[in-house]
Design a protein around this ligand. Sequence first.
Ligand SMILES: Cc1cc2nc3c(=O)[nH]c(=O)nc-3n(C[C@H](O)[C@H](O)[C@H](O)COP(=O)(O)O)c2cc1C
Length: 168
Amino acid sequence: MTANFDSARFRQVLGHLPTGVVIVTGLDAEAQPVGVTIGSFVSVSLDPPYVGFFIGKSRSWPDISSGTLFCANVLSDAQTELCWRFAKDPVDGAANRFEGLEWQQSSNGMPILSGILASIDCTVESVTPAGDHRFVLAQVTSLHTAEATHDAMVFYKGKVGGVALNAI
Ligand SMILES: Cc1cc2nc3c(=O)[nH]c(=O)nc-3n(C[C@H](O)[C@H](O)[C@H](O)COP(=O)(O)O)c2cc1C
């Protein structure tokens, strides 16, 4: 840690910047679904079509990235339970975070969770060290949207809620 740097203050101030929330999903070496909640997902480039996100000391990422394919599931504001489920260890004796969940296969065979607003199929292009995280740059291979019945989820000041867009 950089001397005299107040990391709690860093978290608190950066928490003022709202982000969307996705669950990055993939399949492990046994073809079992794995996933992790990510707030740093971002559009990077149009041509070629790149997206990216930052991953920290993740236990799931080595499993997801071993196959180089993943799917970014864009959460709605009705999916708070999913957001926290994929940010914590499996609860109540569940073997994994997918226990009891409905999911389908995306175009590239990765897990798509029920009720999401959109899904973005990706192939990992590069993984670059970025401090205590790594930046995952990925090529978009296919895109899907669902019939939206909810607003997008937003993560803000450590809490999740909905994006209520008022005219300004
Ligand atoms: C709203 C939200 C956004 C998050 N965004 C990120 C992120 O961008 N990068 C990251 O590495 N972890 C992020 N996390 C934390 C991970 O979801 C959490 O550390 C998780 O337990 C990692 O699981 P894993 O070890 O199975 O990968 C976020 C958590 C929440 C609740």
